[in-house]
Design a protein around this ligand. Sequence first.
Ligand code: ADP
Length: 558
Amino acid sequence: MLVFVACWPLLASQAGRLIPAIGAGDVGRVLQVISVALGLFLLQKLAQFGQDTLLAAPALQVSQELRRQLFARLQRIDLGALEKLSAGDLTYRLTEDADRVGEVVYKTIQDTVPSVLQLVAVFGYMVVLDWKLSLATLLLAPLVALMVSGFGARVMAAAERSQRQVSELAGLLGEAIAALPLVRAFAAEPWLQQRFETEIDAHRRARYRTLRLLALQHPVVGFLEAAGILAVLLMGAGRIAAGDLSSAGFSSYVAALLMLIDPISHLTTNYNEFQQGQASLRRLRAIEGERQEPADRHGAVPLDRPRGALALEAVSFGYEPGTPVLRHLDLTIEPGQVVALVGPSGAGKSTLFSLLLRFNIVQEGRVLLDGHDIRDLRAAELRRAVALVPQTTTLFSGTVAEAIRFGRNASDDAVRRAARLANADGFIEALPGGYASRIEERGSNLSGGQRQRLAIARAVLGDPAVLLLDEATSALDAEAEEAVQQGLHQAMAGRTVLVIAHRLSTVQEADRILVLEGGRIVEEGNHDQLMQAGGRYRDFCNRQLIRAAEPLQAPAHG
Ligand code: ADP
């Protein structure tokens, strides 16, 4: 940087020698000066290359580190807080905004610092040449600075607005892409198109306001510069006429003056970008402000070999204060018991799961695993002991084996065992690549039943003591259904199972059925008992809310 900057005044002094030589027609001298200048330029550009490459690496590391830290925070974000954030918006922040911050850091060091040094060095040289003239030049500077900073603030506000617009656009796009088949099914394309167009129009307008401000800023600053230079030329003519300055000195002076324009214009641009970068940084830091999942307690109880005894003691929980979802729930489940949860939608079944996984924390009462309050356990250990098979299976793209492993250390044998348990081994072996076959994004190259069986294999890989099962509501064909059921049956053996049941075969197999309604257990017993009792459960079965595997096979006691 120093070499790069020091070359400028040296080049200006060469200009002072060159112009009189050209005027005198002394070709030999002109050649001599030009070769010196050429050498100086070469040195300067080499120095610039060194500076830029040395700085690029750390600047990129800034973006990378920002992303790394924010993603780590995102992974720990409170799930309630996450629901309120848009995936598209978050994506934008972690890609565009993080890049912008890195760019600003790069620009600041790679361009702003040398520009400032260049201003100082070149202006210092001008002071040495003629301090009176330089003083007059300096008077113009505050005027330019004032204009620049005034604009900067407005550019920043406009930039922030336009970045918010892009985020909203990304949010809408995220929603729209996921829902495109649905939109088509409802022939709602014109409506979505309209919504999209409104959004991109708002984006265009916000962007236009920023660009207009920038467009205004450049000519204003440029005009001030030009007027300043012309004023200096006029004063210089006066100084030469008075005999205070030689024409060679004045040539150097003007060359130096021209060398001031570049850094000034760089500083203006960089200042704007700096402001935009700050807007990006603020948007990134907003993620830091989101609620985080509570950390494990100090002195957390280790969970060695979980047995899978679950208990709820007077548990109450609600998402919003004043609207309880679960009310004073008492429940004891012995290790190895299979308990089916049945109830209308909104009864609180999934909420109960979220409490057992500590996604949410009870407001009253306690949730116990093997007699330990789950708040006293380490989250990682709790979730190793309690595995979830969700209603809809999410699979990351990657190989089949990777999907089952899901980041855990497990031998190929263990993966195979889990797959066999989930009744998935057969179809996996039949795939062209076996366990190394690739799963496309969202598992789109697998059937629904295959995805479910992979989800079961994934859950049992860690040999959890407790299995939380959210049965898929969507019907598979009889054959696929049977394959999944068999997988489930094998996976459940020897574990405590809590299943949100939608199938008759599941409830019939359960040791206990809990009927949940309005956040309370309203009935309890096994299938036969509950059918005989003729209460809510029977009503439920009669309304076919619990479905038999095959349509022809009527509920046994229906
Ligand atoms: P179920 O699984 O039995 O259908 P849920 O546990 O999903 O029931 O929901 C129980 C109640 O809690 C419903 O009234 C639902 O609207 C509410 N609820 C569920 N999740 C949330 C959430 N993240 N924020 C606020 N309310 C929620």
